[in-house]
Design a protein around this ligand. Structure first.
Ligand code: UT7
Length: 334
């Protein structure tokens, strides 16, 4: 039987227009541009402003652009998966909302949640759908409206997050490109240090949960930092070794954008040169599941067919992992 690979054949993203700067954050909480820049590496982040706007406001245009760019008709899509921790509603799925907005009627659609690792976990799910032979065109969306779950009176967390969604089209190919390998992990030890406590079935919304701001992200930054540094660096080195990739063989390294110091640690461990690393944390902050597709989207014009790319992420759960893919097309062709 002919070997097939699951291949990213197009990418798009949507970021909101509003730019929230470090200076504006400094008017909300006791912080300053210097602290945020040196400790985290963020200068500004995008925020989806306006009443009653969920993450689908970013996801739907991203899919419209993806269909346009890849010359794909809505009715050709077989599946649409949205990796997000900030769905419009608990149900129905935001995937179904985005599909409806784009006239996608022949696909099965659902949301999945793996926090900041949503894109790489989602790639593995899409990989399985494509390799099964039953699905030919699958859309993976990943991203969050983090501003909806950020406490803007907590200086420990509010400078960190921004809003964005990326989308990729994934199709089968018999060429030697696409998703080559994945290493993914989950360790429930992450339950306490990083969570949004209320709003699920264990702690449904009450006056008290709202007053205590339990519908926003709470994190023990130091603990999360230690796990993120170790696990992202370890898994990146592991996937390179497993696939016999030296630092010279890797064309691009795409780390989750949570903290510049975490990214630096991963660069040091892998030995990769900095000009091969996609970094845009200063412009967008941590958009959770959105960071990796947002980087790929921005760098798309520089990507070449056959480029070896390592993606790596770490997030709540804890969840983490790495994906090795060979890029499938010259970015300038799109
Ligand atoms: O994407 C999902 C995974 N998440 C992550 O990977 C995030 C991992 N964690 C981090 O990136 C970092 O831990 C943070 C950026 C969250 C915090 O940086 P840190 O260097 O670990 O700071 P810290 O929490 O240890 O705080 C150091 C000091 C404290 O003051 P004292 O107690 O030493 O006097 C904080 O109160 O910095 C203070 N601080 C701030 N100062 C000014 C904390 N936040 C701020 C702030 N502005 N915004």
């Amino acid at each position: 039987m002919e070997k097939i690979n699951a291949v990213i054949t197009g990418i798009s993203a949507c970021v909101p227009d509003y730019i929230l700067t470090n200076d504006e954050i400094s008017t909300m909480v006791d912080t300053n541009d210097e602290w945020i820049t040196t400790r985290v590496g963020i200068k500004e982040r995008r925020i989806l402003k306006g009443e009653n706007k969920g993450v689908s406001e970013l996801g739907s245009p991203a899919v419209a652009e993806l269909l346009r760019k890849t010359n794909t008709r809505a009715e050709e899509i077989d599946a649409l998966i949205f990796a997000t921790s900030t769905p419009d509603h608990i149900f129905p799925s935001t995937a179904s909302i985005v599909a409806e907005a784009n006239g996608i009627k022949n696909a099965f659609c659902f949301d999945m949640e793996a926090a900041c690792s949503g894109f790489i976990f989602g790639l593995e799910v899409c990989n399985g759908l494509i390799l099964s032979g039953r699905y030919k065109k699958v859309i993976l969306l990943a991203g969050d409206k983090m501003s909806a779950i950020t406490n803007y009176s907590d200086r420990n967390t509010c400078p960190l997050f921004g809003d964005a969604v990326g989308a990729v089209l994934i199709e089968p190919s018999s060429e030697d490109v696409g998703i080559i390998d994945t290493i993914l992990h989950t360790d429930g030890v992450g339950y306490e240090p990083l969570q949004m406590k209320a709003g699920g079935s264990k702690f449904p919304a009450t006056h008290e949960t709202v007053e205590k701001k339990e519908h926003t992200v709470r994190q023990d930054g130091k603990t999360v930092f230690k796990y993120a540094v170790k696990n992202m660096a370890d898994v990146s080195v592991e996937i390179m070794q497993k696939n016999n990739l030296s630092k010279d063989d890797v064309d691009w390294f795409v780390p989750h954008q949570a903290n510049m110091r975490i990214i630096d640690a991963a660069i040091d461990r892998t030995g990769l040169s900095r000009d091969k690393v996609m970094i845009n944390i200063e412009k967008y902050g941590n958009t959770s599941a959105g960071t990796i597709p947002l980087c790929l989207w921005e760098w798309e014009p520089k990507l070449k067919k056959g480029d070896n790319i390592i993606l790596t992420a770490f997030g709540a759960g804890f969840t983490w992992g790495a994906v090795y893919l060979k890029w499938a097309y010259d970015g300038t062709s799109k």
